[in-house]
Design a protein around this ligand. Structure first.
Ligand SMILES: [Mg+2]
Length: 371
């Protein structure tokens, strides 16, 4: 049986801000875009969550729910620094570390560098070490597969440690609200609720065939996870290949300046996403879909990586000017960022990037499909 730990920092960006700025402690704060600027909340403190504020919420709505909410621009340097420390701690225990984002990772400790058979003790130790070295709290989940480890780390947040042994898995999954299943997004949650599936027990009462019929391939995944079956390995070299965003218009657009404005908006959102994940990109692609549904796209590679809003935005606009056929109207624009690497990684001349604490390398290919 495998032993998997999922570690997730608690309200990571907000916790770093409260650590570094005593005046924010005990206060409702949000890291992210300001309310006036169509910004969204990246992370908020637990004091703010009490008011219903959560990440990805429009900042303008957040401030309505919690009028005394303090907005903080965010010191991504400090977040990356803390992230590097926790990654180093993980590697003291195992090389089988799969970073999910800047503040979250899976560790396979079935065999570990401490020769400790108790994943629970290891998780406790890792949490203590993180606390000692960063003054931040992490929640940990321990189980025999990734899915359950992730569920577990969420159960007693913040500062929690939850173990789900095999004999308890089905019981915990039965009671779990369907929206809490990792991999079931908002739209699927709604669809399931309409089918009377409100929790794990409801989902488990469905046979495989009807699930496949309603949800396609994903049906198999739902069928498995609700039975505590998840064979996915902890993969050290995993990094998202790309991040992209696109916008479809209700009325086709044939004006260059208007298209550029849309690209700016998309660039702003993408830049924020990149910052949250701690990535920068080496390749940028602009995609257009003309009114006859023909899709054209053009890419460029960076001398300086794409991470800041203004670089993404100006480069995307340049590309658009190069290849947009001004005689034609457009029904969709998008920007994709690919060949992603960690922000704190220096770009070497060869197209091979150290991705993870110098121990893993990923090959950058220029023809990654990104849309
Ligand atoms: Mg977190």
């Amino acid at each position: 049986m495998r032993k998997i730990i999922h570690i997730d920092m608690d309200a990571f960006f907000a916790a770093v801000e409260q650590r570094d700025h005593p005046e924010y402690r005990g206060k409702a704060i949000a890291v992210g875009g300001l309310p006036g600027s169509r910004g969204v909340v990246a992370t908020c403190s637990y004091e703010a969550r009490k008011y219903g504020v959560h990440s990805a919420m429009a900042s303008s709505l957040a401030v309505k729910l919690c009028p005394h909410l303090i907005f903080v621009r965010g010191n991504y340097e400090a977040y990356r620094e803390a992230s590097a420390i926790i990654r180093r701690i993980f590697l003291e225990y195992t090389d089988l570390v799969e970073p999910v984002s800047i503040d979250e990772a899976y560790l396979d400790v079935t065999v570990n560098k401490k020769n400790n058979p108790s994943a629970t003790r290891l998780a406790a130790e890792i949490r203590q070490k993180i606390k000692a070295e960063t003054q931040l709290t992490a929640s940990a989940g321990v189980s025999y597969c990734k899915f359950l480890a992730k569920i577990a780390s969420d159960l007693e947040k913040p500062d929690g440690l939850v173990v789900i042994p095999p004999q308890k898995a089905l019981d915990i999954l039965s009671k779990l609200p369907i929206g809490k299943f990792h991999g079931i997004g908002k739209a699927t949650e709604e669809k399931m609720k309409q089918l009377g599936i409100n929790n794990g027990a409801d989902l488990r009462s469905w046979e495989l065939q009807p699930l496949l019929k309603r949800f396609g391939k994903a049906g198999q995944y739902y069928y498995n996870i609700v039975r505590g079956i998840d064979e996915r390995q902890v993969v050290t070299s995993r990094i998202r290949k790309s991040i992209s965003m696109e916008r479809t218009f209700s009325d086709d657009i044939d004006d260059l300046e208007t298209l550029k404005e849309y690209l700016s908006t998309i660039a702003e959102k993408l830049a924020q996403k990149m910052n949250e994940k701690g990535f920068k990109a080496l390749t940028l692609t602009v995609k257009l879909k003309y009114s006859n549904f023909e899709i054209v796209q053009r890419s460029c590679s960076a001398k300086r990586a794409f991470d800041e809003n203004n670089i993404i935005s100006s480069q995307a606009k340049c590309l658009l000017e190069e290849f947009y056929d001004r005689q034609r109207s457009v029904r969709l624009v998008g920007i994709g960022l690919s060949s992603l690497v960690w922000k704190d990684v220096k770009i070497s001349k060869q197209m091979t990037m150290p991705f993870y604490e110098d121990s893993q390398y990923i090959k950058i290919s220029n023809n990654d499909k990104i849309f």
